[in-house]
Design a protein around this ligand. Structure first.
Ligand code: AMP
Ligand code: MG
Length: 485
């Protein structure tokens, strides 16, 4: 079967923005996971994806014949400190593909070897890191959160050293584009401002074609701000903590990117820091809007020369757009959180019911996902027993439940259906994910496959997946996450 029609529009941009890079061939590649549902959605033939030709292409053994792949350059603020030269240090843009819906997607390999941007790194990825990204990105997609996707995972036949040896692997990732805030920061560093303009024009044409010619860069900034504000609100409504919200890990498309130390909060602790490398506590669950705003400010700074020739006026334009972030985020977040408990902002008392719930969750570190799901089950007719069992003592929870039940809409059919689409049964929990990753590295993919099938249909209860549905009684919850790199 013929290969899909890949090409590479990014290579038409100024050469400062990338280096040509053909990955070194993996010695003994083997397909571990193939995402046929995503392939079908994009219009990529699953027979091709499962073929030896695809395996050779995706493991660097056969270069594309009509263009040269590239490693993208970018800069970035990492934990607040600026690095002028980062870039794809262990990744390559192997091609782009115009999908069935006429949308162009990047086909990106992560773990494909050293590039011009690798610095001290080996350019490789461990299987467990690849599989962690696979399961989290597919979980987010199934929850309806914009994200890069995982098309396939393969092992390379190499061993990768981290704290211990791991099987080497490559993730085949798709995205609307891998252009990041850090890509704009990198472009802005150049004296030659045509580079920045070319990048902005390309990004607008590809990702925001609806932008018209009246103040296009201001519209661009506004759209990026809006998408990020809504993305962070969605993350938080599902208890997702990104954990490494550096400017090089914020995609302009508004997709979630980079799943290093990420986690779903289990016992709710709004300000707990999970990532072992996040020494200043920048990226706790409740810090994410502030950090997104900080990153967007860096983005706006990068765009200044395009916003107005007079820098003072450019700053005013940027500030005006940035000032909208907070309202967009808050409105979206409140709507989502209220809808999770079957309420809406126009109901008297609803915000109070929600804020009481959140304090109660935080006070006892109640499992976030179980709380909302058991409430959903109750709204669907189950007894309150399962819900109350989440709490160490029932008086306060019972009183809250009464206040919730007094809200007229709490039991309406529309509200209930909405609750069922916002409150998952299955998320990649810490202990279950760890078990699945450990097993996968020893060659047993069964636990991973099980968890993957749970989290990719996260709202559908399946009896045989019951053990993955709730926090196990004495189950360990996320304590600390590692970058997996
Ligand atoms: P991350 O923390 O995954 O967002 O990566 C930050 C930067 O470090 C990016 O430029 C990566 O390409 C680079 N990097 C991370 N791990 C490696 C590695 N093993 N080899 C080379 N570069 C890496
Ligand atoms: Mg990154």
């Amino acid at each position: 079967m013929p290969a899909p029609d890949f090409d590479l529009s990014y290579a038409d941009l100024p050469k400062a923005l990338y280096t040509l890079y053909q990955p070194a061939p993996a010695p003994a590649p083997d397909m571990v996971l193939q995402n046929n549902a995503l392939a079908a959605k994009l219009g990529i033939d699953e027979k091709w994806l499962g073929s030896q030709n695809a395996l050779r292409f995706l493991s660097g053994q056969t270069p594309p014949d009509n263009y040269a792949p590239i490693a993208m350059a970018y800069a970035g603020h990492q934990f607040g400190g600026f690095s002028p030269r980062l870039g794809d240090g262990r990744a390559v843009l192997i091609g782009e593909y115009v999908a069935l819906d006429n949308i162009r997607h990047d086909i990106h390999l992560k773990g494909s070897g050293r590039t011009a941007y690798s610095r001290g790194g080996d350019g490789k990825a461990a299987l467990r890191a690849v599989l962690k990204e696979y399961i989290f990105s597919e979980s987010l997609a199934a929850l309806g959160i914009p994200t890069t996707r995982s098309l396939a995972a393969l092992t390379t036949g190499e061993t990768v050293m981290r704290q211990k040896p791991h099987p080497g692997a490559i993730l085949v990732r798709t995205a609307r584009s891998h252009i990041r805030v850090g890509t704009f920061q990198f472009a802005r560093l150049h004296e030659d401002q045509t580079i920045l303009k070319a990048l902005a024009d390309y990004t607008i044409e590809r990702l925001f074609p609806e932008i018209n010619s009246v103040a296009p860069y201001e519209q661009f900034l506004a759209q990026v701000i809006e998408k990020q504000a809504k993305l962070i609100a969605k993350w938080m409504s599902f208890g997702f903590i990104h954990g490494v919200m550096n400017t090089d890990n914020m995609a302009i498309s508004g997709e979630t990117i980079d799943f290093g130390p990420c986690a779903f909060v289990e016992g709710f602790a709004p300000d707990r820091v999970f990532s072992s490398i996040d020494h200043h506590g920048r990226y706790a669950w409740n810090k994410q809007p502030e950090m997104a705003y900080w990153n967007l400010t860096r983005f706006a700074e990068s765009l200044l020369p395009l916003l107005h020739t007079d820098e003072g006026k450019a700053v005013v334009i940027a500030q005006e757009q940035l000032s909208k972030f907070s309202n967009i985020f808050t409105a979206q977040f409140n709507d989502l959180m209220l809808a999770k408990i079957g309420l809406s902002p126009d109901m008297d008392g609803a915000p109070q019911v929600l804020s009481n719930a959140m304090s109660m969750l935080a006070q006892h570190e109640i499992d976030f996902t179980s709380f909302f799901r058991r409430l959903t089950d109750m709204a669907a007719g189950k007894s309150e027993h399962g819900f109350l069992a989440l709490f160490p003592e029932h008086t306060k929870a019972g009183a809250w439940l009464q206040s919730w039940q007094k809200q007229p809409a709490a039991r309406s059919k529309t509200a209930r259906i909405k609750m069922q689409t916002l409150n998952p049964v299955y998320i990649p929990r810490y202990t279950q994910t760890e078990t699945a990753l450990e097993a996968a590295e020893t060659g047993d993919m069964a636990p991973f496959q099980n968890l993957l099938s749970a989290v990719t249909s996260p709202f559908d209860v399946r009896q045989k997946l019951a053990s993955l549905a709730e926090l196990e009684q004495d189950g360990e919850t996320t304590v600390q996450t590692f970058c997996e790199t």
